[in-house]
Design a binder for this molecule. Structure first.
Ligand code: SF4
Length: 91
């Protein structure tokens, strides 16, 4: 996600207390989950997402949202850590 794609006023899951990184790798890929149970598949099972999609997940109507602080700053730091992480794994 580019810097200009971040929109203030949106509820980004990445900035929510309930958005957690799963401790185990699945096929070498980091995954994230919503510990409030808001991400579901059609048949009701829990849905998890690839870590690098974290910047695109938002839910403007989520009553379970618990923000981790100022969104723009938090997202900026997260983006930086993802970029550092992907450059470490690509070498
Ligand atoms: S509780 Fe809501 S805002 Fe927080 S991670 Fe889950 S879906 Fe996203």
């Amino acid at each position: 996600m580019q810097e200009e794609e971040f929109q203030t006023g949106k509820v980004y899951c990445a900035n929510c207390f309930h958005c957690k990184l799963l401790p185990e790798l699945e096929c070498g890929i980091l995954r994230i989950r919503c510990t409030a149970g808001k991400w579901k598949k059609k048949l009701g099972q829990e849905k998890v997402y690839k870590f690098y999609t974290i910047m695109r997940r938002f839910n403007d109507m989520c009553e379970a949202y618990e923000d981790m602080g100022e969104s723009a700053e938090f997202i900026r730091e997260l983006r930086k850590s993802i970029n550092e992480d992907s450059s470490n794994t690509s070498s």
